[in-house]
Design a protein around this ligand. Sequence first.
Ligand code: 6PG
Length: 472
Amino acid sequence: MSKAHFGLIGLGVMGENLVLNAERNGFSSVVYNRTYSKTEAFLSERALGKSIEGAKDLRDFVSKLERPRRILMMVKAGPATDAVIQQISPYLQEGDLLIDGGNSQFADTERRVLELESKSFGYIGMGVSGGSKGALEGPSMMPGGTKSSYKAIEDLLNKMAAQVDDGPCVTYIGPRGSGHFVKTVHNGIEYGIEQILAESYDLMKRVSGMDGEQMADIFSFWNQTEELSSYLVEITEACLRTKDPSDGSDLVEKITDKAGQKGTGLWTVVSALELGASVPTIYASLNGRVMSSMKSQREYAESIISGPSVVDFDLGNPTNGMSPLMDAVVLSTISSYAQGMEILRLASIEYNYELNLPSIAQIWKGGCIIRSSLLTRIQNAFTDNDGLSNLFLDPWFAKQVNDRLPGLTSVVSGAVKSGIPVPCFSSSLDYINSYRTSRLPQNLVQAMRDCFGSHTYERVDMPGSFHTEWIK
Ligand code: 6PG
């Protein structure tokens, strides 16, 4: 019996869909899951009639694969991934390749690459984005590791990935943990955009009194514009149109307002702080989830702390897509991407990842959760200027700011006056206003630091390092 081209460990939703994707693209497969009953169920249902066989244990699994073996792990990040690596390592041979397709912390991948490449088989840490549908139909994939290991799976990944006009949504990212690092930042941007869209929904509902259908119409309008056409805007429309079958009301209003998180947004912010990247929009989205989880405290606080009594400002005419609100969404979304790209730019230098920013924008254009037409502009911006230090300095993006800053400002000031929290909109506005200000008040911070701690300061009018006795 001929051996399988590809092996998959972990039959969760993503694993099942990825192996069906590989098989559809001509790669006969073998699957292993810790609980064999799950494997049996998969083989008798979704995998029925396909070139997919099952294995009861890892020895059997490895023996059913052609060499060099190509094995994708889709297991829970953290100790579960380490456990699988430990269990399978004794059966692997020179040239074999183990790929971690989970949402692993990039530092874990760095450690694993160091440990495993000293054994003779290859190891790739690969970010996979696109949810269950993307995994089946074509995800965006971010593989990092040695180039030679990547070459061994290039044909497979090129076929499995989503396809856009300029190629498949996969490319070699860089060495060691770079693939998982880039996926982490992708998720940070994802958190930002999700919160931005949630803030726009909240304003439409609370300020303009719109219902689900009316709001969905605005998202549909936005999704037809170059600036906002995206997967997340598209699914927001779908979420807002969905009704609760029990009473026909908007289902979204029945959902508890507590957002979960699995770690990647937090890791993005921690990495940004370590690298010295300014990411207030992404941080605000993370904090929005943290604040949302404090439900009982918020309920009590609402009963004892009051805000402005009038909620009344102009979000714009729905027939032209509520243009000030659209301005706020566009500039905040660009801020989320700009901050993510800034983290990547700095990480590339600090960790020697040699990241190719236009290629990363290219592979995010299809398959992944943050896919959008803006990514073509982002790809072009970093292609036209490979030393671009911030997306807002690109002429097209600078024009967006100049055209849309009044709209964002009016939305934030209206929300502030009405006591409605808009953490991502207001952080984005501060980000842009700070970035376009050549003289910030940190001269006074420097004076205070020198006053109490003799930390010294630089002067604008002469070179050198200075100290003053501020208190005589
Ligand atoms: C993707 C997603 C996915 C992520 C979920 C949940 O790109 O397909 O980023 O990998 O796990 O979105 O993330 P949170 O639970 O942290 O929101």
